[in-house]
Design a protein around this ligand. Sequence first.
Ligand SMILES: [Zn+2]
Length: 213
Amino acid sequence: MRYFVKTPWLLKKIFSSFCWSVDTREKILYLTFDDGPHPTVTSFVLDELKKHNANATFFCIGKNVITYPEIYKRILDEGHIVGNHTHNHLNGWKNKSRVYLSDVNKASGYIDSSLFRPPYGKIKISQSRKLPSAMKKTNTKIVMWDVLSGDFDLGISPQHCADNVLRYARPGSIIVFHDSSKAYPRIKHALPETLKFFGEKGYHFHSLQALVK
Ligand SMILES: [Zn+2]
């Protein structure tokens, strides 16, 4: 499996209208969790975050919100924020804009947010321009990432996954994990490691609330 753990600066520069990290020198990290809500994994994540007084951002899939409304409610009740990650986890590059945007629109009926993360990080520029109308928000923001934990990668060990984050996260980094059953064996180890390691270094974990204007 090939992917960048640390997003290359050139990619950030080319797609500079997307949000890749937060510009700060303060010891703040932005944990994000994609593909939930999931009954076991999201509950685990929420318990871990609570232990460390951490806040985070959950990019939810609309159909999962329909299936697990109580877990979705728990995310919001515990002070975290949510973003739209489409209704059926569509790949923007492989779907016609009409189909893609209608899927985003469907998700927006269940997820009230101006933040959007494209599944697989893949969205056409033409699709990105039409997000505000699909999401019925004027102030939509596309949130990408600075560090990919690789928790979805069945070929890496839980410790390797943790090391990806410990090695590359910096003040202001937006970090990606997945609250999915596929990622569970790795996130189960890597998330507590991340919270402990950076917590001991004096870092705080915030949601991306500042991007919501
Ligand atoms: Zn996803």
